[in-house]
Write a protein that binds this ligand. Structure first.
Ligand SMILES: Nc1ncnc2c1ncn2[C@@H]1O[C@H](COP(=O)(O)OP(=O)(O)O)[C@@H](O)[C@H]1O
Ligand SMILES: Cc1cn([C@H]2C[C@H](O)[C@@H](COP(=O)(O)OP(=O)(O)O)O2)c(=O)[nH]c1=O
Length: 205
């Protein structure tokens, strides 16, 4: 069976991390080897860049370029070799997050984003992307409930996350074959059932 690259996206607190383990377990139950990873991160260098990105103040374009630098490494060192070896790769975020956060949230010039995307992965996109869509006010309440210290992105205000959410919705509308929207306001069990149905329908026909 063809290898697949599946990504999970959404604003902070939408609940995607909670669903990734179940999705990975579903795929593994079909006898497929899965590599679970995340962005920014996924490689030793990428995890160092993640620390910097999540905690150091920086210029918007520096932020965008470091996201893509971590991604370049991630593709070369982990994603491409795993797919070539017949494994599936499930990533907590990928390039749609740069569109949503840096272009949508922070106002990065879209042409700069397009140039970086074309440079780093000109002919490559996820096979399937699940975007967890949620009202930022609800997501903020969920995050507050975790009791964890917020990072540089999680400290952003509601209007930032409104723009991130809107950018994700634009990205979904632009690639309806690849991207599925998940109503993340529902109970975890309902969401899990939909995630499983989407993966089975899209990847196991
Ligand atoms: N469907 C849900 N309904 C209510 N709370 C949820 C739901 N999904 C996740 N949560 C809770 O919300 C918080 C953030 O979830 P998480 O999966 O870490 O979000 P994300 O990875 O999208 O930032 C966690 O405390 C989690 O237990
Ligand atoms: C991959 C990526 C992440 N981000 C941001 C979104 C998140 O706030 C943060 C880290 O993502 P994430 O790992 O989802 O954080 P958490 O597990 O705490 O929910 O990085 C960008 O701004 N651009 C990107 O390209």
């Amino acid at each position: 069976m063809k290898s697949r690259f599946i990504t999970f996206e959404g604003i902070d607190g939408a609940g995607k991390s909670s669903q990734i383990a179940a999705a990975v377990a579903l795929i593994e139950s079909r006898g497929i080897q899965v590599v679970q990873t995340r962005e920014p991160g996924g490689t030793p260098l990428g995890e160092k860049l993640r620390e910097i990105l999540l905690h150091e103040p920086m210029h918007l374009e520096t932020e965008a370029m470091l996201m893509f630098a971590a991604r370049r490494e991630h593709l070369a060192a982990l994603i491409e070799p795993a797919l070539a070896a017949g494994k599936w790769v499930v990533s907590d975020r990928f390039t749609d997050a740069t569109y949503a956060y840096q272009v949508g949230g922070r106002g990065l010039d879209e042409a700069r984003f397009v140039a970086l995307e074309r440079w780093v992965h000109p002919d490559f996109q996820p096979d399937l992307t699940l975007i967890f869509d949620l009202d930022p006010a609800v997501a903020a309440r969920r995050l507050a409930g975790t009791g964890q210290a917020p990072d540089r992105f999680e400290r952003e205000k509601a209007d930032f996350f409104q723009r991130v959410r809107a950018a994700y919705l634009r990205r979904a509308a632009a690639a309806p074959q690849r991207v599925r929207l998940i109503d993340a306001s529902r109970k975890p069990d309902e969401i899990r059932a939909e995630v499983e149905a989407i993966i089975l329908g899209a990847c196991f026909q």
